[in-house]
Design a protein around this ligand. Structure first.
Ligand SMILES: Nc1ncnc2c1ncn2[C@@H]1O[C@H](COP(=O)(O)OP(=O)(O)OP(=O)(O)O)[C@@H](O)[C@H]1O
Ligand SMILES: [Mg+2]
Length: 341
């Protein structure tokens, strides 16, 4: 909606809806994360990642936020970071984003600096801001759930961010320390022990700027319209079908660069479709398959991969998430312009 013509009032309302939706989504995800941790069901999923890329992605997101607030966000990476580490990149990013978001949220003037360097056994990051600082009396308390200090920004959150950071870092065997004084800004130090892979392993390569011909298998017409819209806006061509049988029919008739599969479909479910697609492939053929699901269970991603899928996304998805996930699973492909419409 925001990328269509709107008058200024409509634009403001739509932005307010997007902000509120974003806040609800964050609250829900935070509450789910804590519930999972409490139930002992949150598991770290370590795989090789490039720390420089991860830190740059964090900085890129934060620079946008900082700019909107008239602040500066600086990333300082030391030269000794390894090319690869073994760790749960998603959760490491979640910790850094939470801390950097806080720093920007509570700071009105000045800058936020994210420093990253290697320690004897992993990654050492510090996030410093020129904000109001935190009194010694509040420091320990704020790492507990729902605890917030008095501040104008109190309503813009629920006090779960730091509690989640602490839980995640504990799971990694690391630590978070806070150094702050009222009126003199805050610095959060995070230490995360990480192993280095013995031999270099393939890290996700990001392909970008290509146009794909995609098959979307999704039974909910509203979700399908949204996903088609997000993909078409990026220049991709999308064929939408509502069930597995129709999907197999389409695949038999036209070439696709990738297929996006909902997992819960009437009749043949997404896992079965993936298996059927893989069974029909000849040697050397491999259609990239991306699961897009509303499920929140922990085991679904592993199950999707077992049934032959290459990527996994949870709904609701943003255009950016779709594009990144696709770029990860689609190797050098034929541009859609060269394919029959
Ligand atoms: N960089 C900071 N500068 C000043 N105060 C901070 C900073 N980071 C955290 N705080 C204080 O710690 C409290 C708890 O932070 P936490 O991230 O857990 O919650 P929140 O940001 O208020 O809400 P949520 O993260 O759930 O959206 C904040 O409400 C704020 O009072
Ligand atoms: Mg927070």
């Amino acid at each position: 909606l925001l990328s269509t013509p709107l008058n200024p009032l409509q634009h403001d309302y739509t932005q307010a809806m997007q902000r509120s939706g974003g806040m609800l989504l964050k609250l829900l995800n935070d509450a789910l994360d804590l519930a999972r941790i409490e139930a002992g069901r949150l598991e770290l999923e370590p795989s090789p990642f490039d720390p420089r890329q991860l830190l740059s992605e964090v900085a890129q997101l934060e620079q946008g936020l900082a700019h909107a607030k008239g602040l500066r966000f600086v990333l300082e990476m030391s030269d000794d970071l390894p090319a690869q580490w073994l760790g749960d990149a998603l959760r490491i990013k979640q910790v850094l984003l939470n801390l950097a978001n806080n720093a920007l949220k509570f700071t009105e003037h000045g800058e936020v600096i994210l420093r990253a360097r290697r320690s004897a056994d992993g990654l050492l990051c510090s996030i410093s801001d020129t904000g109001p600082g935190i009194s010694e009396a509040s420091q320990a308390r704020l790492f507990q759930r729902f605890e917030q200090a008095d501040s104008p920004q109190r309503r813009v959150g629920s006090g779960l961010g730091l509690a989640i950071c602490r839980e995640l870092v504990d799971m990694m065997g690391g630590s978070i320390e806070l150094e702050s004084q009222l009126g003199h800004g805050s610095t959060f130090h995070v230490h995360m022990p990480l192993a280095e892979p013995a031999v270099a392993m393939p890290v996700d390569e990001f392909a970008s700027g290509r146009h794909y011909r995609l098959l979307l298998v999704e039974d909910d017409p509203i979700v399908a319209t949204v996903i088609c819209g997000l993909l078409e806006r990026e220049g991709h061509k999308v064929k939408h079908v509502g069930n597995g049988l129709a999907a197999l029919g389409e695949l038999a008739h036209a070439p696709f660069d990738a297929a996006l599969l909902d997992l819960d479909l009437p009749g043949v479910d997404g896992f079965q479709i993936a298996r059927l697609i893989r069974q029909r492939e000849h040697a050397g053929q491999h259609l990239p398959l991306l699961a897009v699901t509303a499920r929140s269970g922990n085991g679904d991603e592993a199950k999707a991969r077992e049934s032959g899928m290459d990527g996994f996304l949870r709904k609701p998805v943003s255009g950016e998430q779709l594009i990144t996930a696709l770029a990860r699973v689609v190797p050098g492909t034929v541009a859609s312009e060269e394919l029959p419409a």
